[in-house]
Design a protein around this ligand. Structure first.
Ligand code: NAD
Length: 378
């Protein structure tokens, strides 16, 4: 395990996530900053999203501002708010803004179930070739969860397979439907390589490749074959593979046997929510969508319509995504402060949201204030 292993909060000098950089070329973040002397102003696209999105986005802006990092937020509407305003769920100005800034922070966006427009989250990932979905799941002291000391990193392929959007009804009566999951050798190679590169760079010991190659012999087969070939280039990292159904059970029985997990799109989507559950729920799970040029940070969770507008949302997942973004921008000190402040506030337990303590809780705004005050004292 890397230097950040252990339950976060026991020693708040530890990073929660460590650095998660994958590419060394610097191209990913250099365009988004203007530096004068010691002062750097970052230009970042902010998509507040809908549901609980605007409230946790505002919370994250407050938390980042309290670290002293200066960000010029280019606020853009996508999804339902953009349909209401522009009659387009993904207006061109959103794409232009992300292309210009190369770094974005995004609140959750509702995707209609079964009908309606296609996922804007998926569209943004495809538009900017954000092929890595990196989702850490790490335990916090003070959170009721089935396990302590969980420290997992999920690499989910983010573009291909059943999220390619190739589907149709076979006839006008909609008597059957087909969804085509396209898996390419190139796509498998770059996600597995990213997982191994990350493991080597960050002192991780083992990569587990998750698939269903016993049944999906072609798509799963390519993923496993290519993955095994890539693994040969990393003899210093242990490697094994698990069939998805067994993997789900093994994670629930004993997550400590795993370190870095790499898998295809749909399995990664499901397993990363499962991993969030292992550490106490979606309110604490951040994620990054990373490509060669652009990176977009967001919480793992969705727009949570059941609690929207009630000051109940846990701001931590989005704020931790903000910390990942600062890490990506090279602002490691500020990133660490956010992570430590969140860990301290959760451990203290007096200012936590309902998902963390249903008996004794405060609202999104009050928890955010507690995190901001903790940062200001550091
Ligand atoms: P969800 O993640 O929104 O909510 C699942 C459960 O977790 C709900 O009970 C919710 O109240 C709770 N929850 C989620 N975030 C929380 C937080 N920060 N604090 C406290 N509790 C929290 O999943 P869903 O209900 O299946 O999806 C709702 C919508 O979000 C759907 O339209 C879906 O497509 C969309 N979605 C978007 C993204 C994204 O923008 N990346 C990701 C997942 C789902």
């Amino acid at each position: 395990m890397n230097s950040s292993s252990g339950t976060f909060g026991e020693d708040s000098s530890l990073y929660l996530l460590g650095s998660f950089r994958i590419f060394d070329n610097g191209a990913v973040f250099c365009d988004s900053a203007q530096t004068r002397g010691n002062f750097t102003l970052y230009n970042v696209t902010l998509i507040p999203g809908d549901g609980i999105g605007p409230s946790i986005s505002e919370a994250t802006q407050r938390i980042i501002a309290s670290t002293g990092i200066a960000i010029s937020w280019d606020v853009q509407e996508a999804g339902i708010p953009a349909i209401e305003k522009y009659k387009d769920p993904l207006p061109q100005q959103v794409i232009d803004s992300v292309a210009r800034n190369k770094v974005a922070l995004k609140g959750p966006l509702t995707t209609p179930v079964g009908t309606g427009f296609r996922s804007i989250n998926v569209a943004l990932r495809k538009e900017f070739d954000l092929f890595i979905n990196l989702r850490p799941a790490k335990s916090f002291v003070g959170v009721k969860a089935s396990f302590r000391d969980v420290d997992l990193i999920m690499f989910r392929e983010n573009i291909e397979e059943f999220y390619s959007g190739i589907e149709h009804y076979i006839d006008a009566k909609k008597s059957a439907a087909e969804t085509i999951g396209v898996v390419t050798r190139a796509g498998c190679e770059r996600i597995v390589r990213a997982a191994f590169d990350y493991s080597r760079k960050h002192g991780r010991k083992k990569v587990t490749m998750v698939h269903k190659a016993n049944i999906l012999k072609f798509t799963g087969g390519i993923f496993l074959e290519v993955g095994k070939a890539v693994a040969l280039e990393f003899p210093d990292i242990q490697c094994n593979d698990r069939i998805i159904d067994n993997m789900a059970m093994q994670l629930v029985l004993n997550p400590h046997q795993f370190d870095v997990i790499v898998t295809t799109n749909l399995f990664g989507d499901i397993l990363s929510d499962l991993c969030s559950g292992l550490v106490g729920g979606l309110g604490l799970a951040p994620g990054a969508n990373i490509g060669y040029e652009v990176a977009l940070f967001e919480a793992v969770h969705g727009s949570a319509p059941d609690i929207a507008g009630q000051n109940l949302a846990n701001p931590c997942a989005m704020a931790l995504a903000g910390a990942m973004m600062l890490d990506h921008l090279g602002e490691l000190g500020a990133s660490s402060k956010i992570q430590r402040a969140i860990a301290d506030v959760i451990k203290d337990g007096k200012f936590v949201t309902r998902d963390i303590n249903p008996e004794n809780y405060v609202g999104t705004i009050e928890m955010t204030t507690a995190i901001v005050r903790t940062i200001e004292k550091m």
